[in-house]
Ligand binder design. Structure first.
Ligand code: SF4
Length: 697
């Protein structure tokens, strides 16, 4: 018997707010879990309205296949046997004819840890393909790569949220917390009420920037220049922590040399942040006892996203802040399981536990757990955008399984990606709604939703949490774990894909992660339940978990953190006469990611539920449009139509459009595919656009 009220977590963002779900005569109702030490009972509107998706009339209730197996025919209902048989047969045929790597898997940062783990195992063991990646590549990959390079380990926040109120000065780069993580604001409110200062770096005067003490309205794409400028002043004015740099870091001399050429006046020219303000903010950071630097997608989703993040990390290291209480550096993860989803094997270069797939020791460890020779584990595969654009090209991907992602909306250059998806020989999508990606599929598999399944997720602090089953799923849908197990078995791997339940998958994940950077071995379902979550790394059952990382040393070969010399580089495409404005994209309060769920929630209608573009009134006058008019934005990749919202909160040379919508209103039709060379992150945050009044409909 399931209890009438169950403690679980919101299905959406990386805060993973604690909620109580109560069964009533009209369905499930949500209350905030006041005992959960992350949100402390508070929720945003998405959390309050989350149960609406469970009973939505658009819910997929049966597998769908193309009638007669022909592209161009309509999707028609099928039995699970028919659908699974068709998938196993087509994947086998295509791989048999063209090679194993022509099959690929695309996952998501909202999948539970168990699903992310099993998806990686499915790709490597059942399909034997190197080609698996996920939508977190478009989200956290630059922050993750930079943290690994500098600290030897990537955990978005290497300290718990409860440290934030005691930070004395916080530099927040490219994060709009008021709209994207509202319950997190309680920590910043507490920090300011204790006398702390918050400085926001953002091209837009977002609600977060307006709330903060200071706002630096940076020119899009110039974060590394600004961070280097701040470091220049810190060094020039003797405000760096020389003892910390000497005792705990390497590489500062090269960074000192680079920073020397970013004097404030030059930084003003590059970034539009006044030189005096650069000096003032540097002094504020250099003289405060507990500086904290936080980044998010603003600096990270750029073709120099890793460099931008490293430049902010350099600042935190030079201040001696990393590894000290109430101080340091962190990246704010966005997707629901953006942290755990990047640790357990659904990245192209990675094995579970955050191990590298090109590490012989890691391969031997996983071969033992998966019951196969290490030589049979594929190597590094294509990153997300490279995987998608390989479709239809010689040696490229021909068959694709998508789970937990709506690529047709969330990928950059979305029109081209949709064309690539149509060029596949076989596309399978598992989802609970007929997403824009599922509409293109040959087979659609209906799966369970958050409150209908058990599992674990890892929030933005690195705290592993339990997701609880509260409702029975509708007849006819299956969990992603069941789907992967059934397919693995049909592909001839019965032994490796037989699990009693999600806990059995987690038990295997624990062993798989043991000894790796993200070690979950000491974490069990029971502990997570009893301890309000457990922080990884947790290498043994008796281990308390690790709230704060880097206190004594860094997990690098010599235990020291590494500075990286970073120069400012121009963005992938700058503005010119033809494309005179910067376009930046992001999220709004009432929507989440590609909108597959939130666009269907009535309670969210009216809260930014229509696509729009923010334009400065002066810019609108020049273009000859006013609030409420429709405009077409055009970039080198395509066009999209939006309703104008005029606001003085945005720079005159920049416009902002949220990316939650599809088709004619898809901001990702416009976004740039220039990739960061290290993280392979596309430049989603900035590209050059022109704006024209839309023709009357
Ligand atoms: Fe859910 Fe995130 Fe809102 Fe919390 S902040 S209620 S986790 S969407």
């Amino acid at each position: 018997m399931m209890a009438a009220t169950t403690a679980t977590h919101c299905p959406y963002c990386a805060l993973q707010c604690g909620i109580h779900l109560t069964k009533g005569t009209t369905g499930l109702t949500v209350t905030g879990d006041a005992t959960f030490p992350v949100n402390n009972g508070t929720l945003c509107v998405k959390g309050w309205s989350a149960p609406e998706t469970l009973t939505h009339r658009d819910r997929l209730l049966t597998p769908l296949v193309r009638e007669g197996g022909e592209r161009g025919n309509p999707l028609v209902p099928a039995t699970w046997d028919e659908a699974l048989e068709r998938i196993a047969r087509r994947f086998s045929e295509i791989q048999g004819r063209h090679g194993r790597d022509t099959a690929a898997v695309f996952g998501g940062g909202s999948l539970t840890n168990e699903k992310a783990y099993l998806l990686g195992k499915f790709a490597r063991v059942a399909l034997g393909t190197s080609n698996i990646d996920y939508n977190g590549r478009f989200c956290m990959s630059s922050g993750a790569a930079a943290a690994t390079m500098a600290f030897g380990l990537d955990r978005g926040l290497p300290f718990p949220l409860k440290d934030i109120p005691q930070a004395t000065t916080i530099l927040l780069a490219g994060a709009n917390i008021v709209e994207t993580l509202p319950p997190l604001m309680q920590y910043f409110e507490a920090q300011r009420s204790r006398g702390g200062t918050v400085i926001v770096i953002d091209p837009r005067r977002t609600p977060t920037a307006a709330w903060a003490d200071r706002h630096l309205a940076i020119r899009p794409g110039t974060d590394a220049a600004l961070a280097n400028g701040l470091l220049h002043v810190l060094i020039r004015d003797g405000l760096v922590d020389e003892a910390y740099i000497r005792d705990r870091t390497d590489g500062f001399e090269q960074v000192r040399q680079i920073a020397a050429v970013y004097w404030p006046e030059k930084v003003e020219q590059l970034t539009d942040v006044p030189a005096a303000l650069v000096v003032e903010i540097a002094h504020q950071l250099g003289k405060t006892p507990h500086p904290m630097i936080l980044t998010a997608r603003g600096p990270e989703q750029q073709s120099q996203g890793v460099g931008n993040t490293l430049a902010y990390i350099n600042l935190a290291l030079a201040l001696g802040a990393v590894g000290k209480p109430f101080s340091g550096f962190g990246c704010l993860t966005g997707q629901g399981n953006g942290q755990g989803g990047r640790e357990h094997g659904q990245k192209a270069d990675q094995l579970p536990g955050y191990r590298r797939i090109d590490d012989d020791g890691a391969r031997a460890h996983m071969a033992d757990i998966w019951g196969m020779p290490a030589s049979a584990i594929p190597g590094v595969g294509k990153s997300a955008y490279e995987l998608l654009t390989s479709i239809g090209r010689g040696g490229g991907v021909r068959a694709l399984l998508v789970m937990g992602s709506n690529i047709a909306v969330s990928a950059p250059n979305a029109s081209t990606v949709c064309e690539r998806l149509k060029a596949l020989e076989f596309l399978v999508v598992a989802d609970f709604f007929l997403s824009e990606t599922a509409e293109l599929a040959d087979v659609v598999l209906p799966c369970t939703q958050w409150a209908e399944e058990e599992g674990t997720l890892t929030n933005l602090e690195g705290r592993v949490l339990r997701r609880r089953k509260v409702a029975e799923p509708p007849a006819g849908v299956r969990s992603d774990l069941d789907i992967l197990s059934a397919l693995g078995q049909r592909l001839g791997h019965r032994r490796q894909f037989t699990y009693a339940n999600s806990e059995a998958v987690f038990e295997e994940l624990r062993r798989a992660s043991h000894g790796g950077p993200a070690d979950y071995f000491g974490i069990t379902y029971e502990r997570v339940e009893n301890e309000q979550g457990v922080f990884w790394p947790c290498p043994s059952i008796g281990h308390p978990g690790t709230e704060r990382l880097f206190s004594d040393s860094f997990p690098t070969p010599n235990s020291r953190a590494r500075f990286h010399a970073v120069s400012h580089r121009s963005i992938g495409e700058d503005t010119n006469e033809e494309y005179p404005f910067y376009l930046t994209t992001g999220r709004v309060l009432g929507q989440y990611q590609s909108g597959t769920q939130t666009r269907r929630v009535r309670a969210l209608n009216g809260i930014g539920s229509q696509p729009f573009v923010e334009i400065h009134p002066a810019t609108a006058r020049v273009i000859g449009v006013a609030a409420g008019d429709r405009v077409v934005l055009t970039t080198r990749r395509g066009s999209a139509t939006f309703v104008v919202k005029t606001t003085t909160s945005i720079r005159e040379d920049t416009v902002f459009a949220p990316f939650h919508w599809a088709g004619e209103q898809s901001a990702n039709r416009l976004t740039n595919t220039a990739l960061d060379p290290t993280s392979k992150m596309p430049e989603l945050k900035v590209c050059a656009t022109r704006i024209e009044r839309a023709a009357l409909p």
